[in-house]
Write a protein that binds this ligand. Structure first.
Ligand code: RP5
Length: 183
């Protein structure tokens, strides 16, 4: 599925005029439908920042051909950053990174007996030459913010929206501090 900057949704590739006009700039890929809540957290931040994205369920182990094809074709479809959400032996971001030079951000899912430590180590310990930018366990929101920062390097309006987002965050902390001090 894809979401426009305005938050409208539809099936990727369905071919409506609106979808043809607004191409996704971020691809959020999850290894299983069980990863969806975390993937949605990333999607919500991208929507707040007005970044169109698409979402796919593709497994490095269960649907490896789709993983390769998706990564190989992402850049030519206008995608600028990939976010890969996966748990357990989380090879998804590494496999995507093997098939594209787009920046890939890995989000380890807190699942299974090791509660995400396995996924974190799998993502962060990529061999030299094929990097994955890994955020913390469950760090989907940071993945989206990092994607925005990367895209913002060549998009001053997006960089400005990101700066505004950060300023609102700072305001919330200042407000919480003021309330605490008032007692
Ligand atoms: C990984 O295995 C997925 O990313 C998911 O986090 C985990 C469990 O998958 P399911 O058994 O819930 O499909 O590949």
């Amino acid at each position: 599925m894809s979401k426009t900057a305005a938050g409208g949704s539809g099936s990727a590739g369905a071919g409506t005029d609106r979808q043809a006009e607004i191409r996704p700039r971020v691809g959020i890929v999850m290894g299983s439908s069980s990863d969806r809540p975390l993937a949605d957290e990333a999607g919500k931040i991208l929507e707040e920042l007005g970044i169109p994205y698409e979402m796919r369920i593709i497994s490095a182990h269960r649907t490896p051909r789709e993983a390769a094809t998706y990564a190989e074709t992402a850049a030519s479809r206008g995608i600028g950053v990939l976010i890969a959400v996966a748990g357990l032996a989380a090879h998804l971001p590494g496999v995507l990174a093997a098939y594209t030079t787009l920046p890939v951000i890995g989000v380890p899912v807190e699942t299974g007996p090791l509660r995400g430590l396995d996924a974190l180590v799998a993502m962060v310990q990529m061999p030299p030459g094929v990097p994955v930018a890994t955020v913390g366990i469950g760090g989907a929101r940071n993945a989206a913010l990092l994607a925005a920062a990367i895209l913002g390097q060549s998009d001053p309006e997006l960089a400005s929206r990101l700066a505004g987002w950060r300023e609102k965050q700072a305001d919330r902390v200042r407000q919480a501090d003021a309330e605490l001090r008032r007692g």
